[in-house]
Design a protein around this ligand. Structure first.
Ligand SMILES: Nc1nc2c(ncn2[C@@H]2O[C@H](COP(=O)(O)OP(=O)(O)OP(=O)(O)O)[C@@H](O)[C@H]2O)c(=O)[nH]1
Ligand SMILES: [Mg+2]
Length: 429
């Protein structure tokens, strides 16, 4: 079927060429990085028709890649009738517009960041998620407007259709101002939402439930882990960045202890800093948790590089020092000898399959152990008027001994850190 088939009503997938630079000190081998870029392109609805690479020590300031490579790329674009060239690293606005001119209209030049921003735009569901993505997209767009308008400026000197649009520079200035206004409106709106989130998280901080957050590389299986543990039905898909907005579920551990588990956006190597910035308030869910479960897809050959990338983002959001447990997920995809060897190598990790449930008990036991370890042993005398606090101790903690007096109860108990803080005024030693 031709791509211009007049009968088909489905959107025609864009034909994409991937362009990667093999830097001398690449953390990822270029092929693996391009495999991932291809999955991102696929998630965004494009079909990859070719991949090109070049070995370089550093980017060429004007054109990013060498001039011979630009020519080669142009040949590929024409021969393969490509709609878009996707660079695996960030291009500066001027490199992007130079390449667009060099390769000729109508091919689009985008980079990894633009592709990720596009996918985020497709997957954002909540108001906050959509605003965060819009903000990051406009911030990306603003410095690139000049390049876009240069096409129209060119048209103006030639006359004809397009030449009557706006007035070159003035129109550019109008657009820049509009985008800047929109950016500050978005910032304002997000601040308001953030305040609301702060109220919620303060409320949660007062609630003694132990808070667990799932973090990890995109597609590691975080949402499936949440579903397996809590019996929920959040979207889990073999797609990159299926989850964008955080979901929190309460959950009762087998011993009866109530905890909450939060699933959130996945990480990726070369995650654009602007996006981390835009998602700061969403990612605060991870930073403010009592325990991070670092979910790793053990079946992925790149798992070590993925772990490094996740550590990098966690540090960036200020969650680098939080207590954490590594969960090697998808053990159903490995043979048992391999798993045994890995267990010996990583004695502290939990081995789990969110798909089959294998290792569920180990995971539950481990969470319970971590929760118990964060508890404090407290002796206190609590006046009866603090009924809610007494009830919280009974519900969330363990009463080891108690004696009743006229106006207070005297207790020795083991309680979560947040209850221990509330017991501070009533402590007896
Ligand atoms: N074989 C196997 N597949 C799994 C397991 N856990 C998750 N998957 C699959 O891996 C894919 C990704 O799972 P998700 O739960 O969406 O992953 P995620 O980490 O939430 O990914 P994003 O939200 O996209 O960042 C889905 O196709 C799941 O069915 C597992 O234990 N074994
Ligand atoms: Mg998910």
């Amino acid at each position: 079927m031709s791509r211009f088939d007049p009968v088909s009503t489905a959107p025609v997938p864009e034909r994409a060429i991937l362009m990667g630079v093999d830097w001398r000190d690449n953390a990822w081998p270029i092929d693996r990085s391009l495999d991932e870029l291809e999955r991102l392109a696929d998630t965004a609805g494009a079909t990859v028709v070719a991949r090109l690479t070049q070995k370089l020590d550093r980017p060429i300031p004007k054109s990013y890649i060498g001039s011979g490579k630009v020519e080669e790329l142009r040949g590929f674009v024409n021969r393969l009738d490509a709609d878009v060239v996707i660079f695996d690293d960030d291009l500066s606005p001027s490199q992007q517009s130079y390449l667009e001119r060099a390769l000729g209209e109508p091919v689009k030049i985008i980079d990894r960041t633009a592709l990720i921003l596009d996918i985020f735009g497709l997957h954002a569901r909540t108001r906050e998620g959509r605003l965060q993505v819009q903000l990051a997209q406009l911030q990306y767009l603003l410095p690139r407007l000049r390049g876009m308008w240069s096409h129209l400026a060119k048209e103006q000197t030639r006359g004809g259709i397009g030449s009557r649009f706006g007035q070159g520079e003035t129109q550019l200035e109008v657009d820049c101002r509009m985008i800047r206004n929109r950016i500050s409106a978005l910032r304002h709106e997000l601040k308001e939402l953030e305040k609301r989130r702060a109220v919620q998280s303060k409320w949660r901080a007062n609630s003694p439930a132990f808070r667990v957050a799932l973090a990890g590389y995109t597609n590691a299986g975080k949402s499936t882990v949440l579903n397996r543990l809590t019996g929920s039905d959040v979207l889990a898909q073999d797609k990159l960045f299926a989850t964008l907005d955080p979901t929190t579920r309460s959950y009762e551990l087998p011993g009866g202890r109530a905890i909450t588990i939060t699933d959130t956006v996945g990480f990726i190597q070369k995650l654009p800093h602007g996006l981390v910035e835009a998602f700061k308030s969403t990612l605060s869910e991870v930073r403010d948790s009592d325990l991070i479960l670092k979910v790793v897809d053990i079946s992925d050959d790149d798992r070590h590089r993925q772990i490094d990338a996740v550590e990098h983002v966690l540090r960036e959001v200020g969650a680098g020092a939080c207590s954490a447990v590594t969960v090697f997920n998808k053990i159903d995809l490995l043979d048992s000898d391999h798993i045994e060897a890995l267990k010996r190598r990583f004695p502290d990790a939990v081995f789990f399959s969110a798909l089959t449930g294998e290792g569920l008990q180990d995971l539950q036991t481990r969470i319970a152990r971590e929760a118990a370890a964060s508890d404090a042993l407290v002796s206190c005398e609590i006046p009866y008027r603090e009924g809610a606090l007494i009830a919280a101790i009974r519900k969330q903690g363990q009463v080891l001994s108690e004696a009743f007096f006229d106006d207070h109860v005297s207790m020795v108990c083991r309680v979560p850190a947040r209850i221990a803080a509330r017991l501070q005024p009533f402590r007896t030693e």
